[in-house]
Write a protein that binds this ligand. Structure first.
Ligand code: NDP
Length: 237
């Protein structure tokens, strides 16, 4: 499985969850992988030791730190932006600073990282942002701010696809539904409610999402751009 041999890949938010599965997928395929983390130093170091990828401490909420890290990786073949946070709750009660931090990490960071990557990206490069099916549908209360961030990703992807298409660079969002991770454990308190919305009533595995990222990043993804690739077991159907 050397389909990404010597490709230069950066995963933002790779220490845990979906991002970590994407790091494993690309590293196992021969890519030269760097990944960022913010708080999970031990998990990041363990993943680096396991995969040979390079762990880079970079807070996505800090724009200059983020763009410096992206620039330092040079001409990328693919950037996968997986770093994200989830803040749910009654909008009348929810902490406004937590909402703003989520907007920083889920919206501002993907935009600035994608643009910075594009400055020196190789032709036919790939920009992949992990959005969410909640960009399309918000079937429960308390998710307005999170849905806002994931809908914003959709507009960014459509626009940047137009901006970068001339160089063969594709820009897409992967929109997972419930996916087993620290953010949304398959045995968590919301699991039964989430499964009730789904045609296939289980959480996705992070590896299933990583496989979609590999498809988009590979040669068969060359004509897929400006699109939202939903992988949600029918959550939004
Ligand atoms: P996890 O909470 O399991 O992992 C989040 C990852 O993002 C960690 O590696 C974390 O690193 C990193 N991260 C968070 N904040 C920052 C930051 N400020 N700077 C750098 N890295 C950061 O979440 P998931 O893997 O489940 O989620 C990944 C993406 O997928 C998110 O965008 C999420 O919204 C989206 N998603 C998830 C779904 C799910 O059901 N799990 C469903 C739909 C979308 P560290 O711990 O080192 O800070």
């Amino acid at each position: 499985m050397n389909d990404f041999e010597a490709k230069n890949v950066l995963v933002l938010g790779g220490s845990r969850g979906i991002g970590a599965a994407i790091v494993r997928r690309f590293a196992a395929s021969g890519a030269n992988v760097g990944f960022t983390y913010a708080g999970s130093k031990q998990a990041a170091e363990e993943l680096a030791a396991e995969t040979g990828a390079t762990a880079l401490r970079t807070d996505s909420a800090d724009r200059s730190e983020l763009t410096a890290t992206v620039a330092a990786r040079g001409a990328l073949d693919a950037i996968v932006i997986a770093a994200g946070t989830l803040v749910l709750g009654d909008p009348l009660q929810i902490d406004a600073d937590a909402v703003d931090h989520m907007i920083d990490v889920n919206v501002r960071a993907p935009y600035h990282a994608a643009v910075e990557a594009a400055r020196r990206m190789n032709d036919n490069g790939r920009i992949i942002v992990i959005g969410s099916v909640n960009g399309d549908r918000m079937p429960f209360a308390g998710g307005a701010a999170y849905a806002l961030t994931k809908s914003a990703v959709q507009g960014m992807v459509r626009g940047l696809a137009r901006d970068l298409g001339e160089r063969g660079i594709t820009v897409n969002s992967i929109q997972p539904g419930p996916t087993d991770s620290d953010m949304n454990p398959a045995d968590g308190p919301m699991a039964a409610t989430m499964h009730s919305f789904m045609a296939i009533k289980r959480h996705a595995r992070t590896e299933e999402v990583a496989e979609l990222a590999a498809y988009l990043a590979g040669p068969h993804g060359a004509m897929i751009t400006g699109s939202m690739q939903t992988i949600d077991g029918g959550f939004g159907a």
